[in-house]
Design a protein. Structure first.
Length: 614
């Protein structure tokens, strides 16, 4: 019989905690009582702790240690084949009112959802260690640091969070000292262990719940250990919950990369870019410019927080500390900057293939394909195999400060002035290589109607065109129409002449033979050069019904082979394609009902008129 006077685990955890922050201790105690872990670890974020956890993950079979000379201090993990991407149909925004979640989100009544989640989490950490990870998205020294605490029963999540966010003891200290608000982010793989039960390498649950309570600013994630489902600082906090904070506080939380570009004259510009998942943010963020004399430095590859600065300008900051980048297609020829960062080690690879000499490989990493591999499922693989060696959504998780071309402004707690915004998607047809908006409202219209063919980053069909406003469709934490209204309103926070100019880009348009019309990757620097020259009032453009498109001569094509017909296919504004596009945009807008701002629906009317007029 247990001694009824012995302290419970929850009581011991509180007594031994490295903090006296009552609000946090209360929550931790509550979670221990609900989930019933075997033990609790307060994560301090140190290297020793990381190495210890990685060692335990190797022992558990979750991690494979990679060959030290090629991939120092790096590991490969292989997930359950049914846990490989974000699960959008299991993702919920549980606002008090259904209309506040809007038509782009799944919704359930918060009380009903809490009851389901309480049942799911009850005893869900039995037989496991529970980790408490204090983290901050953005800088600890920011004017308004955004804190969170993730509680998880996955050591894989702890090691990955240490790469992706600023975590640990100093964050906890500041949180306690300032009695800061923090987002409670609860995660369980949903695989409790009975006494003596053997664990599996990748525990997870068939049933998954990725749930956000926007009013209470809390996150509950159950059943998955993968990426955006489980690293809760990323999409759940820095986009879904942060977008709600941003709406209430007058800023923007966006699915954007940030790039600093310096011209041969030494003038620097900051450009952010919103492209849907697996549509080229990491690649553009780490671009190696092919165009003479231009220098690129990166600030971020996935998430951007945009706030008004003191001088009437928008400033951007990357709230993350690492890359969780798509592995396939990242190679020495397409993205050498990413490859160099990865080669420095300290990385976690998930669902890539293993080489026979203890390294990793994925499609597109090298031009030469290895003769023999172990694929992401653990099967023998040769070039004759019919399935890819790496899962299409396999990822590298690498600290951003290993990037040689990291811009020094990355360490500015309150960010850097924003000069231009790119909206981009993956479209085989219709959308030209680059189009400059007529003005801010037209730019928001271009963002609101952004569309892309779906990718492997989320579970579901691949290659289907869907509208993805500002590349935020799966990440807007509230009503999509209100989100667009917020974009319109937030422009009032800065001086009109300091509003960034907005461009629509498409690296993926096909030519008349079905190939890519534009070479992409480093050659996208030629488009960036045109964008900057437009900001400086130097580059030519032709005015079309959809905006300003480069004249063929205005793009610098020195040193690249692009045939006249490819260039024409990349730049053309085709009336027939746009007639169909307008129809499809109308259908998209109809789904918003009353919630679509007039200033955006009137943009569609303007476009229809311009298309009809000539
Ligand atoms: P998330 O991390 O899911 O948000 O994705 P991301 O937007 O950062 O996508 P990423 O840069 O990882 O690119 C995804 C895929 O697009 C990779 O397979 C790339 O090889 C491919 N890609 C990126 N840029 C280009 C380009 O300019 N042209 C072509 N053809 N493919 C590209
Ligand atoms: C995305 O899907 O947009 C990602 C990967 O960046 S994940 O972190 O899984 O959301
Ligand atoms: Mn992303």
């Amino acid at each position: 019989m247990a001694d009824s006077t012995a302290p419970t685990l929850a009581e011991r955890v509180v007594a031994d905690a490295p903090t006296s922050y009552a609000k946090l201790l209360d929550w931790v105690k509550e979670v221990v009582e609900l989930t019933e872990p075997d033990s609790v670890v307060w994560v301090d974020g140190s290297q020793e702790e990381y190495d210890r956890l990685a060692g335990e993950l190797v022992e558990a079979g979750t991690f494979t240690k990679l060959v030290e000379d090629k991939f120092p201090n790096s590991y490969a993990a292989f997930s359950d084949p049914a846990d490989v991407a974000r699960v959008e149909d299991r993702t919920f925004i549980c606002s008090e009112k259904e209309e506040d979640a809007g038509f782009t989100n799944n919704w359930m009544d918060p009380a009903e959802m809490k009851s389901i989640l309480n049942d799911a989490f009850r005893g869900s950490m039995r037989g496991r260690t529970m980790y408490v990870i204090p983290f901050v998205m953005g800088h600890l020294d920011a004017d308004d640091p955004k804190f969170g605490v993730e509680i998880t029963d996955s050591a894989y999540v702890v090691t990955s969070m240490r790469i992706m966010a600023r975590i640990g003891a100093d964050v906890l200290k500041k949180m306690e000292e300032t009695e800061a608000f923090f987002v409670p982010a609860l995660h369980s793989v949903g695989a409790p262990l009975e006494p003596g039960q053997q664990d599996v390498a990748w525990p997870c649950n068939e049933t998954k719940w990725i749930v956000h309570f926007p009013e209470e600013r809390s996150i509950w994630s159950y059943g998955s250990g993968y990426g955006g489902n489980a690293l809760l600082g990323k999409k759940c906090y820095a986009l879904r919950i942060a977008s709600v904070m941003a709406r209430d506080e007058g800023w923007l939380a966006e699915h954007m990369l940030i790039l600093k570009l310096t011209s041969p004259e030494g003038k620097s510009y900051t450009i952010s870019g919103a492209f849907p998942s697996a549509c080229g943010k990491t690649n553009l963020a780490l671009i190696d410019p092919t165009v003479e004399g231009w220098k690129a430095e990166t600030l971020g590859d996935d998430i951007t927080w945009i706030r008004a600065g003191k001088d009437g300008e928008f400033r951007v900051v990357n709230p993350e500390a690492g890359y969780f980048g798509v592995a396939p297609g990242t190679g020495w020829s397409t993205n050498p900057n990413a490859m160099r960062a990865i080669a420095k080690g300290n990385s976690i690879f998930t669902n890539v293939a293993l080489t026979d000499d203890g390294g990793v490989w994925w499609e597109g990493m090298t031009d030469e394909v290895p003769e023999h591999l172990t694929d992401w499922r653990g099967n023998e693989w040769t070039p004759e195999s019919e399935t890819p060696a790496a899962h299409p959504n396999s990822r590298f998780c690498t600290p951003i400060d290993q990037t040689d071309m990291l811009a020094p402004e990355y360490s500015e707690p309150n960010g850097v002035k924003l000069d231009a915004i790119l909206f981009g998607g993956r479209r085989k047809t219709t959308i030209p290589l680059v189009t400059e908006s007529f003005d801010w409202e037209d730019g928001i219209f271009k963002g609101a109607t952004l569309s892309s063919e779906t990718t492997a980053a989320a579970v579901g069909a691949v290659g289907v065109v869907r509208r993805d406003p500002m590349a935020m469709l799966p990440f807007i934490g509230y009503d999509a129409g209100d989100y667009l209204k917020h974009w319109v309103n937030v422009s009032g926070k800065v001086d009109a002449e300091k509003l960034p100019r907005i461009y629509l880009v498409n690296w993926f348009r096909r030519n008349r033979d079905g190939g890519f019309a534009w070479p992409g990757f480093g050659e996208n620097s030629r488009v960036l050069k045109w964008v900057v020259e437009r900001l400086e009032g130097r580059a030519d453009a032709q005015e079309t019904p959809i905006g300003f498109v480069p004249t063929p001569e205005s793009l610098d094509l020195n040193g690249v082979e692009v045939s006249d017909s490819d260039l024409e296919d990349a730049l053309k504004v085709d009336r027939e394609e746009w007639t169909a596009e307008v129809q499809s945009i109308q259908e998209w807008f109809d789904r918003f009902g009353d919630s679509l701002p007039d200033s955006i629906s009137s943009q569609l009317e303007g476009l229809k008129q311009r298309l009809g007029a000539t």
